[in-house]
Design a protein around this ligand. Sequence first.
Ligand SMILES: Nc1ncnc2c1ncn2[C@@H]1O[C@H](COP(=O)(O)OS(=O)(=O)O)[C@@H](OP(=O)(O)O)[C@H]1O
Length: 478
Amino acid sequence: MVPKGGRSNYPFDQNEQLCKAFAHWCIAVLLETCKFYEYLNDRFLKSHLEKKRKKRKLKSTLPPPSDQESSLTNDAELKRAKISRLQVVSLWTGNNSIKGNAGSLRKYQILRQQGLMPSKQLPTALIIGVKKGGTRALLEFLRLHPAIRAAGSEVHFFDHHYIKGFHWYRHRMPPTLSTQITMEKTPSYFVTSEVPRRVQRMNPAMKLILVVRDPVTRAISDYTQVKSKRTNMPKFEDLAFLNGSKIVDTTWVPLKIGVYARHLERWLQYFPLSQFLFVSGERLIVDPVAEMARVQDFLGLKRVICEKHFYFNATKGFPCLLKSEERPTPHCLGKNKGRSHPYIDPVAIQRLRDFYRPFNQRFYQLTGMDFGWLTTHSNGMSISPHIQLLSIIYIQDKQIHDRTVRYGNIRSFYHKTGTHNSDKNLMASCYEALPHSGNGEMLTPYKNTQRVIPYAFHIRATTTLFQTAFDHLIIEDL
Ligand SMILES: Nc1ncnc2c1ncn2[C@@H]1O[C@H](COP(=O)(O)OS(=O)(=O)O)[C@@H](OP(=O)(O)O)[C@H]1O
């Protein structure tokens, strides 16, 4: 409508109406938004309460603390001990990230439903070395423990990637619950000069685990690894001694690494001895259960890793896992662990043993432990009776499958044979411990033990000689 003699106010009317409509719409939207937020809040509150309720329920269903647990002295220990009771959902997978593994994803979902939120943490324990000492075996065995979460591959933070910072480092770690221990292994840490200072700066309370092995065997193992990747590799003896002389080339890295005392002295400038655990690489092969018990004690964990986890694979000549979370069937470490070593001239080995002797003695002094590398045989090989025995004897255990054995049996075998320092005693006890079948063939290998036993550990069951010689040697019902 246009008023007479005046300007039409129609546009204003129209604007007013539009404004009103807009205002109404705004109010309506606002109201709806409020309702929506209220709804969200409600949901959040409900789920929060639900989580709390579940948490409380979980706590109440946990078994009462064991004697061992109640005897724990400090809070940290108590906290750790509780982990073992939280085995409901163990974060075991070797996978580094939550993504990419259906099994681990499911586990994390269950954890979340229980109100438990795993997050990535910096490690509080490190396997610092030594290269070829058995670091992979140690880490894989440790992973059997539900309270341990470890980075799968070597992280090399303190030597190669330090510049990238702690945030980068933390990101390489698997997510853990507050009660779990984060770990990683990088064997080069032990011999890299800047590493002890850097580790100390990050965490002066860091627990440090060092797996050591006879430095001569270690050097041969190191050499074998390089040789497996390179063609035309010079002979070990040519690299270990200067220009074909008898002088040890102390600049050759595989030999330098084996001077454990020197490297340890550097670490001891930054950490007290009490923060170290020295694991015998040899014992880790012969008696993984006993060695793992030491490691679990050192980390303040309940002893969960036990005999039921291992079997001895005689073909491989090593302890293997009956199952892990990644693989439910018996399996060994990869092909690149436990390679056959090339033949090395025993004279060269003896020379290297002489070279290492004072360093080994010093290492024993520093650690307060005797690793058994000083006992040398006339041909230059070190003797560790238990190791020799286990490397060559196949024990049949029908519960698993042929030519494998549970470690419990091996241990009882030890008890029967006892510990002897000399070859002669060892063989005598061996001979007595073996059941006499009346079949001369069965005892044949022992007729030659003077000659072959010292090589057994180094060559292991992988060599044809040993395969044929000891295949017949099956001991039952130990
Ligand atoms: N259970 C089991 N299975 C296979 N191998 C075992 C095991 N326990 C210890 N070992 C010994 O580990 C040696 C390899 O050491 P590392 O894992 O420290 O090597 S590496 O530094 O990570 O390359 C490896 O050395 P080589 O025998 O020379 O290959 C083994 O002797």
